[in-house]
Structures are given as C-alpha cells and as structure tokens.
Design a protein around this ligand. Structure first.
Ligand code: 13P
Length: 343
C-alpha cells in the first residue's frame, strides 16, 4: 500500500516492521548531530545538516531495507536538493516519515544522576502539525541510567508515566507511537544487572501504557538490548545477549504489540547486526524483532562522507550496505563473513 494511503494505526505499525525491513533513526537533535559532525570535522550548519540528511534519504535502493525514517523538527521542514520536502520524498519512495516529539532528558528533581524526559506541554497541538507535515509515526525517548543506587523507582515510574501520556496523545492524533525506554549500557555492570533494570523498566512502562488505555496493537516498542555494561571486564557474546534479551522481553511485552525495534545504543555496527540476527535465528517470536538504529546504520556513511561532495556516492554505498545487512538480520540470515567479503 502506498504510504499516503496508510491511515489506520495498525497498518502503519505493521508496515514499519515489514519482513526484511527496519527503521532509520535520523532524528539527532541539533546538539547530537553537532557531536557527530565534530567527529568528522564538519561544521554543523543548517545547510550541512540538510545536505547530510539528503544523502541518506536519496540513497538508491534504501527502501528495500528501510521501512521508515525518524526525523527531527528541523529536518521534517527541510527539502531535498531538488526542492521536494523530505517527508514527501520519503513517502514517494515507500518509506514512512516519522518524527521525534520529546524535548530531551532533563535533570530529575531530588534524584541526582537521573533524568526525566520533557515535552508534554503543548504536545497535542504539535502532533497535529506534524501529521499535517506528513508524519505517520512518532518517537519519545526516556533515559534510564544504571549506577550503584540507581535507577530509583521514582525515576522509572515518572518516565513510564510520561511515555504513556505521550503514547496516548500520539494515537489520538492518528500517529503510531514508538515508545523508547532506553536503559543505557554505559558502566561496568554485568549482563545480569542489565536484565534486572530492563525488566523493572518494562514492568513500569507496560503498567502505565495499560492504565492510560494505550492500544498495544497500534504501537511499537524501542528498547535497549540486554548487554554487559560497556566497561565490564566480562562481555557477553551474541548468543548470550540474544538469550537474555529474549527472556526479558518474553516476560514483559504483550504479544499484541506488533514489533520490537531495538536501538543500537553505542554498540559497534557489527555487534548491533549480529545480536539482532541471533535473536531472529531462534524465531519465530510473538512480535517482529527489528531495528531502529541511529549510529549503527549511519556510522560508516558518516565517516565515508566526511563533508566531501565527491564522497556522497561512497557514503550512500556504505549506508546501503549496513541497511542490507540489518535487513538480513531480520530473518536470521546475516553472516558475519559478509563484513570482510566486501559484500
Ligand atoms: P542509536 O541506535 O544510535 O542508539 O539511536 C537510536 C535512537 O533513536 C536513540 O534515541
């Protein structure tokens, strides 16, 4: 079905997790994209940001593996080199445009080291405008940090409450909510600790979603995978990550949810692909298991581009390659050898 004709929320949610496809998260806020550009020595001007997003969105064949793109407020109002507004360009290629609607994680009062995501005030009106601009789905990210005495129940439940308020408003506006509670994997914690915190987080999130009458069939969940902390001396392998992640999600995520679209969260692009592949290799599962990667889809493209107009094609090839590998991981048919075979 053409993107323009996708109206009911269940069809949009299912199209976003169509077999062999996943989501590109290109919704970096101005501060975050500045950080990414600094790593390749490119100045973060509005035009450079537009040029970079244009490169990604016009990559030939990307629609074979990319079902939707999450945009940022600035990007949804920008246009491609030929003047076509980005949401229209994507929709014409069969890619569903989405939008990040939260206003970022801010310090949570009386809770050192913890954050609450803001952006509920005026959200109903903003959602209406985004729908008019062509968005068909939305994203809201809550950030949970693991530390010696955190996360607190206070942090988990206030963030879960806000996520559910956002999700209900989004469905009301005719937009599929992508509910993103991200447990950060920074730190030296074990994979067992990641499991425990992810489990508590999902418990709070699904309790609030249910209490606030969010329709599970009309949403997607965007969580972290259950990993060893990045600074932990012991790093769980792909099979263990797949096993622990699945065990955690089987306990908490209703089968009515059409799909779980993982974030990459700072894993290497190869790990993000291999972990998703390992989970799908042991399928079928009650939900589609897919990707909504930012860094893990973009890192090689960003590096290949480096701000050089002559390198646009090379960057697009790098992006296409990662999209293809993750597309294969959707069915457990990716092979790590492809990384070195120049596939
Ligand atoms: P990463 O895949 O880089 O974690 O980004 C996904 C995202 O959208 C975070 O909000």
């Amino acid at each position: 079905m053409a993107v323009q004709e996708l109206q009911d929320l269940e069809s949009i949610a299912q199209a976003l997790v169509a077999p062999g496809k996943g989501i590109l998260a290109a919704d970096e806020s101005t501060g975050t994209i500045e950080k990414r550009f600094r790593s390749i020595d490119v100045e973060s001007t509005e035009e450079n940001r537009r040029t970079y997003r244009n490169l990604l969105f016009t990559t030939e064949g990307a629609e074979e593996f990319i079902s939707g793109v999450i945009l940022y407020d600035e990007t949804i109002r920008q246009s491609a080199d030929d003047g076509t507004p980005f949401p229209q360009l994507l929709a014409e290629r069969g890619i569903i445009p989405g939008i990040k609607v939260d206003k970022g994680a801010k310090d949570l009062a009386n809770a050192p080291g913890e954050t609450i995501t803001e952006g509920l005030d005026g959200l109903r009106e903003r959602l209406e405008e985004y729908h008019e601009l062509g968005a068909r789905f939305t994203k809201w990210r809550a950030v949970i940090t693991i530390g010696a005495d955190i996360p607190s129940e206070y942090c988990l439940w206030t963030n879960a409450h806000a996520l559910a308020r956002y999700a209900a408003l989004s469905q009301e506006a005719g937009l599929v909510p992508i509910v993103e509670p991200e447990v950060l994997m920074d730190g030296d914690h074990t994979i067992e600790r990641s499991f425990e915190v992810t489990s508590r987080t999902l418990h709070a999130v699904f309790t609030e979603l249910r209490d606030q009458r969010v329709h599970f069939e009309q949403m997607l969940l965007k969580p972290n995978m259950v990993l060893s902390g990045y600074d932990s001396a012991e790093q769980a392998g792909h099979d263990e990550v797949a096993e622990q992640t699945l065990r955690c999600f089987y306990r908490h995520v209703p089968a009515a949810v059409p799909g779980i679209v993982f974030l990459s969260g700072g894993q290497s692009d190869e790990d993000a692909t291999a972990n998703l592949n390992a989970m799908n290799a042991s399928g079928p599962h009650p939900w589609e298991l897919s990707f909504s990667y930012g860094r893990a889809l973009q890192a090689p493209a960003l590096k290949a581009w480096g701000g050089d107009p002559a390198k646009v094609e090379a960057a697009q090839q790098a992006f296409y390659r990662r999209a293809k590998f993750n597309g294969a991981a959707r069915s457990g048919s990716y092979a790590p050898e492809w990384e070195t075979a120049g596939a």
